[in-house]
Ligand binder design. Structure first.
Ligand SMILES: [Zn+2]
Length: 120
């Protein structure tokens, strides 16, 4: 139905998008996964990934469509990275922030002293 050949026929990505969303919004199609959608429409998985990542395919409307997490590669509709990875990244960032504050504290005095000596 929708294939890469369609693009050569002058059908734009927007045309494909509206056709795919119409298809998905039909009864019982809303919960399709990537694989089911690809099987039924012949759309490329890259397009689905692109639309999921850009938020064009609303994850609350189509909860089973996803794009690969940029960290672990599991399909997710959470954001660019899956929930598990974003939790671990948030944790790491918090820890790094703490380390930075600690590092700044211990660095402050000697740095100022050096600058002072260097200036005069
Ligand atoms: Zn992940």
């Amino acid at each position: 139905m929708i294939s890469k050949n369609s693009i050569q026929l002058g059908i734009t990505e927007e045309d494909i998008f509206s056709e795919v969303t119409h298809f998905l919004l039909r009864k019982n199609n809303r919960l399709f996964s990537n694989d089911q959608l690809i099987e039924k429409t012949g759309i490329s998985s890259d397009l689905i990934f692109k639309w999921v990542k850009s938020g064009k395919l609303n994850s609350s409307l189509f909860p089973n469509l996803g794009a690969p997490c940029e960290k672990c590669g599991n399909l997710t509709n959470h954001s660019k990275i899956c929930r598990e990875c974003s939790q671990s990244i948030t944790h790491t960032l918090k820890q790094e922030e703490k380390d930075k504050i600690w590092f700044d504290k211990i660095q402050r005095k000697p740095l100022k002293a050096n600058a002072y000596r260097h200036k005069f």
